[in-house]
Design a binder for this molecule. Structure first.
Ligand SMILES: Cc1cc2nc3c(=O)[nH]c(=O)nc-3n(C[C@H](O)[C@H](O)[C@H](O)COP(=O)(O)OP(=O)(O)OC[C@H]3O[C@@H](n4cnc5c(N)ncnc54)[C@H](O)[C@@H]3O)c2cc1C
Length: 219
């Protein structure tokens, strides 16, 4: 079935770091489930890119958390989009949403992300305030702990690979290996393909069943 296009406008861009920003878009009648993504296209241009939705389900605007990629076309352009620029949103897409099973919201969830891969988890957690979760967030430097105050402090584990300012110095795989892998959790992994594949292998080697692992690959 062809997905509907929602005609939207840029409401603003907020820089979180030198290279990472939140772009806010008019929501119109765009509906989604927390964890899903959309395809964004600037009206009149022919380049479209996928972005996970950062804002919660009940938010009046659609926020996206975007990292400006070196030599990237769209991520660089969106950072400087004037307020009022016309854009087109297609979607929502994807199945990276909370599992609807007999336990539903009573499950324990472990969300593992690198960089802007935290975006779908931000939406899921803000949409479900009573969720039983922890986040393991891998970044290079501590200043990339985007909006970490939006999470319960004890449940947010920042792994910094370049310096020691996070809760843990090292990569997410090292964190899991050292801290242990909880067997009764449902695992969601989001970020670059190398990390997602490495973490999936590690979890499976530690007895986590494939049906309790969900993944979303950004690039
Ligand atoms: C389902 C899905 C959801 C996504 N959600 C997000 C999101 O929430 N936030 C976000 O920032 N990006 C997200 N992306 C990536 C996004 O679609 C673009 O690929 C990214 O913005 C780069 O586009 P560009 O036009 O600037 O670069 P391009 O000109 O398309 O690509 C330049 C190069 O950068 C690489 N690249 C892409 N993303 C990154 C990255 N984050 N870090 C380093 N290198 C990268 C590409 O593989 C390519 O080699 C998502 C991708 C998918 C498939």
């Amino acid at each position: 079935m062809k997905k509907k296009i929602t005609y939207s406008k840029v409401l603003g861009v907020k820089n979180l770091t030198e290279s990472t920003y939140i772009i806010s878009l008019e929501r119109g009648d765009f509906n989604f489930k927390a964890g899903q993504y959309l395809v964004l296209k600037v009206t009149g241009e022919n380049k479209a890119r996928e972005y996970s939705i950062y804002s919660p389900e009940d938010s009046p605007a659609i926020d996206l958390l975007i990292k400006e990629v070196d030599n990237g076309e769209v991520s660089k352009e969106l950072k400087y989009m004037p307020i009022g620029t016309n854009v087109e949103l297609t979607g929502p897409f994807g199945f990276f949403v909370l599992r609807e099973d007999k336990n539903g919201l009573n499950n324990h969830y472990t969300f593992i992300a690198t960089g802007t891969g935290i975006s779908p988890f931000h939406s899921i957690i803000l949409s479900n305030p009573d969720l039983n979760y922890e986040i393991i967030h891998g970044v290079r430097n501590g200043y990339e702990a985007y909006d970490s105050s939006d999470y319960q402090e004890d449940n947010y584990h920042l792994c910094t690979s370049r310096e020691q300012s996070g809760n843990f110095h090292g990569r997410v795989t090292q964190y899991l290996t050292e801290k242990g892998i909880r067997k009764d959790s449902i695992y969601y992994i989001c970020g670059n393909s190398a990390m997602v594949n490495e973490v999936t292998d590690l979890l499976e080697q530690n007895g986590i069943k494939p049906e309790n692992i969900r993944t979303e690959i950004f690039f």
